[in-house]
Design a protein around this ligand. Structure first.
Ligand SMILES: NC(=O)c1ccc[n+]([C@@H]2O[C@H](COP(=O)([O-])OP(=O)(O)OC[C@H]3O[C@@H](n4cnc5c(N)ncnc54)[C@H](OP(=O)(O)O)[C@@H]3O)[C@@H](O)[C@H]2O)c1
Length: 250
């Protein structure tokens, strides 16, 4: 942790999705590293409680990322002062099999997980072009690598986010853009899973991986490697072998 201090101390970092799970663990660690934080999520009460619990009082900006106007207003407020990093985490997750996806689940997932990332890019790109030192890190998921059973519509939304962030970086190679792809982390989100999750991590472990990844030269921050590398390998297999492998996943 201490060796990370030189990268984060006194940096102004905007954590979007700060009040739970990975975002909360990141917030607590960034506070220990001496960062000056701006915290966002929908819940004003949780944001205020978290901000007060930190060693340096954080700013809070409550908004819903799936609402375009709210996103623009929040970005204008935060980016009125200089920001060193923007770490983006919000997501909606209600796992289903393809034939049983409700309209509500589909719409919430696409609005929160995909549309909001387009809003994010639209809202912050002018700032990033003006301040090329500012980093934007967007969280997708290894669920977006391949179409596994019982993972929709979340997995499709995350595949789209990976694709979008790849295009965004390809078109803006002079900007500091990172893609974060975690595997299973124990949070309220994965508490919905009814299967044994391989290589399940704590949010604190995930936060350490992200904080190290953000100061590395890699575009993609993926962890835990023992799981992500297997998925990357499965991804390049012929479909015939892939479908045989996943046939018995229930
Ligand atoms: N947990 C995993 O195993 C795992 C694996 C791979 C990828 N990921 C990705 O990692 C990210 C964080 O996951 P997590 O498990 O830490 O999730 P989490 O525990 O549910 O936390 C999500 C955070 O985002 C905020 N949020 C959710 N919807 C929002 C909205 N519409 N507008 C503003 N803020 C919103 C939540 O606060 P409010 O609800 O108060 O707004 C909360 O602070 C997600 O992108 C997820 O897809 C997670």
């Amino acid at each position: 942790m201490q060796k990370l201090k030189k990268h984060y101390q006194n940096q102004r970092v905007w954590v979007i999705g700060a009040t739970d799970g990975i975002g909360k663990a990141l917030t607590l660690k960034l506070d220990q590293l001496g960062a000056k934080l701006i915290l966002s999520s929908r819940s004003k009460d949780k944001l205020d409680a978290l901000a007060h619990s930190l060693s340096t009082q954080a700013e809070t900006v409550a908004f819903d990322v799936s609402k375009y106007d709210e996103f623009l207003t929040a970005a204008n407020e935060v980016l009125g002062k200089s920001v060193d990093r923007i770490i983006y985490l919000p997501a909606y997750y209600e796992p289903a099999i393809v034939e049983k996806i409700s309209l509500e689940n589909f719409q919430n997932t696409i609005n929160t997980n995909l549309n909001a990332v387009f809003y994010l890019i639209d809202a912050v790109l002018p700032y990033l072009k003006n301040d090329k030192n500012c980093q934007l890190a967007i969280t997708a998921s290894v669920a977006g690598y391949i179409g596994l059973p019982k993972s929709q519509p979340y997995a499709a939304s995350k595949a789209a986010v990976i694709n979008l962030v790849e295009s965004f970086k390809a078109e803006n190679q002079n900007l500091n853009i990172k893609l974060i792809n975690p595997s299973f982390v124990k949070t309220r989100l994965t508490d919905k899973n009814d299967f044994k999750m391989p290589a399940l991590m704590t949010p604190e472990f995930a936060a350490d991986k992200i904080l190290n990844g953000l100061v590395s030269s890699s575009f993609e921050i993926h962890f835990t490697k023992k799981f992500t590398l297997v998925l990357k390998l499965i991804k390049i297999l012929p479909y015939k072998i892939y479908f045989r492998l996943v046939k018995n996943i229930k």
